[in-house]
Ligand binder design. Structure first.
Ligand code: G5P
Ligand code: MG
Length: 226
C-alpha cells in the first residue's frame, strides 16, 4: 500500500526483539524508508571508515557508541529523507538522542516491541545477516532458502561479532539502563504504542492493524484526501 501522507515513526525494543524483522514487514506493507543505526554503523565498519574503526570496539563490547557521534551520523542521513515517510530503527536509544531528534524532526508514532529477555537470548545466537542490505535470517525462525546465502542476492551471510552470549548480556544491560528511559520520554508525549509477545508472527498483525488505523485517521484529518 502506498502512503500518501508523510509518517515519521520510530521502532524500539531490546536487542533481538525483532526491530529489523518487523521493519522489513513495515517497509514492504507501507513503503516507508527504513534507517537502522546499527546497519549504518556496521556498514562503516565494513568499509573501514575512520568512524567505523573508532566505533567497532564499543559495539563489539556491547556498549552504546557516544550520543554526539550517532546523532550526527543519523541526522545527516535524515536530511536526505526530509520529504518522505521514514522508520528509524535503533535510534534514538538515549534521552539525549531523543532530544537531538526532537530538535529537528517531530515523531508521529513510536512502536515499542516488548519481548522477554529470555526469548531474546535464544534468538540471537542463531541469527544470520546479509550485511549489505541488513536482511536478517534465523536458522529456526526464517532460514534462508539456501543455507548461508542471502535469498535475493545469493551473497554469503555472516554472523554479528556482538551476538556472543556475554555481549548480548551487556547489550541487554545497556538497554535497561540507557534506553528504557526513552520509552518514558515518548510515553509522556503520548506517541508510544507497545506490542508485547514472544513471537513476531503473532505481534505483527497488531502492528499492521495499528498502522492502517493510524494512517486512515491521519487521512481523515487532512480532509479524506488519498
Ligand atoms: P543494533 O544493530 O541496533 P540491537 O542490539 O538494538 O542492534 P538487534 O540485535 O539488531 O538490535 P533486532 O533488530 O531487534 O535486534 O532483532 P532482529 O534482527 O529483527 O531479530 C533478531 C533475531 O531473531 C533474527 O535472527 C530474527 O530472524 C529472529 N527472530 C525474529 N522474530 C522471531 C521470532 O518470532 N521467533 C524466533 N525464533 N526468531 C525470531 O545495534 C548494534 C550496536 O550498535 C550500537 C550499539 O553498540 C549497539 O549495541 N548502536 C548504538 N549506540 C548508541 N546509540 C545508538 N542509537 C545506537 N544504535 C546502534
Ligand atoms: Mg536490528
Amino acid at each position: 500500500m502506498a502512503i500518501r501522507r508523510i509518517i515519521r515513526a520510530v521502532i524500539m525494543g531490546p536487542p533481538g526483539s525483532g526491530k529489523g524483522t518487523v521493519s522489513g514487514r513495515i517497509v514492504k506493507s507501507f513503503e516507508l524508508t527504513h534507517l537502522s543505526s546499527g546497519d549504518l554503523l556496521r556498514s562503516n565498519i565494513k568499509a573501514k571508515t575512520e568512524l567505523g574503526l573508532l566505533m567497532k570496539s564499543c559495539i563489539d563490547q556491547g556498549q552504546l557508541v557516544p550520543d554526539d557521534v550517532i546523532s550526527r551520523l543519523i541526522l545527516a542521513e535524515m536530511r536526505y529523507m526530509n520529504n518522505s515517510s521514514w522508520l528509524l530503527d535503533g535510534f534514538p536509544r538515549t534521552v539525549n538522542q531523543a532530544e537531538a531528534l526532537d530538535n529537528e524532526f517531530s515523531v508521529d508514532t513510536v512502536i515499542n516491541l516488548d519481548v522477554p529477555f529470555q526469548t531474546i537470548k535464544q534468538r540471537l545466537t542463531s541469527r544470520w545477516l546479509h550485511l549489505a542490505s541488513g536482511r536478517v535470517y534465523n536458522i529456526d525462525f526464517n532460514p534462508p532458502k539456501i543455507a548461508g546465502l542471502d535469498d535475493i542476492t545469493g551473497e554469503p551471510l555472516t554472523q554479528r561479532d556482538d551476538d556472543t552470549p556475554d555481549t548480548v548480556n551487556r547489550r541487554l544491560k545497556a538497554y535497561e539502563n540507557q534506553t528504557q528511559p526513552v520509552l518514558e520520554y515518548y510515553r509522556s508525549k503520548g506517541v508510544l504504542e507497545t506490542f508485547s509477545g514472544t513471537e513476531t508472527n503473532k505481534i505483527w498483525p497488531h502492528i499492521q492493524a495499528f498502522l492502517l488505523k493510524k494512517l486512515s485517521t491521519e487521512k481523515e484529518k487532512v480532509g479524506g484526501k488519498a
